[in-house]
Design a protein around this ligand. Structure first.
Ligand code: OSB
Ligand code: MG
Length: 368
């Protein structure tokens, strides 16, 4: 398999509603779509999901694009691949920059699946569900009436698990309010690193609300303070930003920094490393579930294929396309029904590009 052409589309889709977190407010999702063409003319799709600003992890959309185009694309173009499992190793001379690597690595997986006329999910290590139970991530909504109404609407749409973003000054009151209104809801919170060890006694109050977990309370490079907090809390701590490789998962497990892992394929450099993490978590009884990056349909299809694997029992951050966007870049946007999204079973990730929508939101197109 040889990559002959790379079409690089820069896009931005407006969000239906602004999404507020502890680190900022998002009004549109800027991202890149990568279309690989091989020597047979088969195409494979990848999505560069990195946020515009380096506030979630150190990568930014522009830095990921630069690393990918300047260093990874040349490596990919000069190599003849026999299997997509070789790409992670091919990129290993380039340090870090996991999201840059993942957009190309996952595109090669998609391409390989399409050229061999197989569904991408069936190339994954585990048996698959055809319907995937999904959860929804909700930004900071200061007005409590509006917050309760928003959650009620998502529950009515079928979402079976709700994750609320929190930050200092916006934590106990919204959590208590939601728990009072929805006593049986699978509820969890995500702090995106907004707290520090001195907040431990404050965070311990969250134990009163039967939360599924508390995601990433402390800094993205901290394993020790998380371990101290996990020892003090009854609630499960889940790490997100910390986890960029299997090594990080091993470290978190051995130090008891958490009891759950939010796994994002782009944040760990692609599918190969994600498979290894899944295997490790299964063997060590570490709860693992699939996170999201406000993906367009291309990244969402990949996430859905991965999350369909049997050991991912906890609903991931994989909502329907219309949770964030008015229109999607694929011909059949994802819909939720009874809390589940149908896994596409066609070749590759199972989706086709909608070029009309892509053209409408196109910022730039390069042919590499
Ligand atoms: O912290 O999980 C996070 C989105 C972008 C970056 C980080 C995070 C998120 C989300 C949204 O929580 C998940 C989604 O619906 O895609
Ligand atoms: Mg998170």
């Amino acid at each position: 398999m040889q990559i002959k052409q790379i079409d690089w589309y820069q896009l931005a889709l407006p969000l239906k509603a602004p999404f507020k977190t502890s680190y900022g407010e998002l009004k549109e999702k800027a991202f890149d779509l990568i279309v690989l063409t091989d020597e047979l003319g088969t195409q494979g799709y990848g999505e560069l999901v990195t946020l515009a600003t380096p506030e979630y992890t150190y990568e930014s959309l522009a830095s990921s694009r630069l690393i990918a185009q300047q260093f990874l694309v040349p490596l990919l173009k000069k190599t003849t691949l026999s299997h997509p499992s070789e790409v992670y190793e091919l990129f290993s001379s380039i340090k870090g920059n996991e999201m840059a690597k993942a957009c190309l690595e996952t595109a090669v997986w998609d391409l390989y699946a399409r050229r061999t006329n197989q569904n991408l999910g069936t190339l994954m290590p585990e048996a698959l569900h055809n319907e995937v139970a999904v959860g929804v991530s909700i930004g900071i909504i200061e007005d409590m009436t509006q917050l309760v109404q928003t959650v009620a609407n998502f529950i009515a749409e079928g979402y079976t698990r709700v994750k609320l973003k929190i930050k200092p000054g916006y934590d106990m009151i919204p959590v208590k309010t939601l728990r009072q209104h929805f006593p049986d809801l699978k509820l969890m919170v995500d702090a995106n690193s907004a707290y520090s060890l001195s907040d431990s006694q404050h965070l311990k109050q969250l134990d009163a609300y039967q939360l599924e977990m508390i995601e990433q309370p402390f800094a993205d490079n901290d394993f020790l303070d998380h371990a101290t907090l996990q020892q003090e809390l009854a609630t499960t701590i889940c790490l997100d930003e910390n986890i960029k490789s299997l090594k990080d998962v091993e470290l978190s497990h051995q130090l008891h920094s958490c009891r759950a892992i939010n796994l994002k394929i782009p944040r760990v450099g692609g599918l190969m490393e994600a498979f290894k993490i899944l295997d490790y978590c299964r063997k060590h009884d570490l709860l693992v579930w699939l996170g999201g990056m406000y993906e367009s349909g291309v990244g969402r299809a990949l996430n859905l294929q991965f999350a369909a694997q049997m050991s991912l029992t906890f609903p991931g951050d994989i909502s329907a396309s219309d949770r964030y966007f008015y229109e999607d870049v694929i011909t059949q946007p994802f819909k939720i029904s009874n809390g589940k999204i149908l896994r596409p079973t066609a070749a590759g990730s199972g989706v086709q590009l909608n070029h009309e929508v892509i053209t409408r939101h196109l910022i730039d197109h390069q042919c590499l």
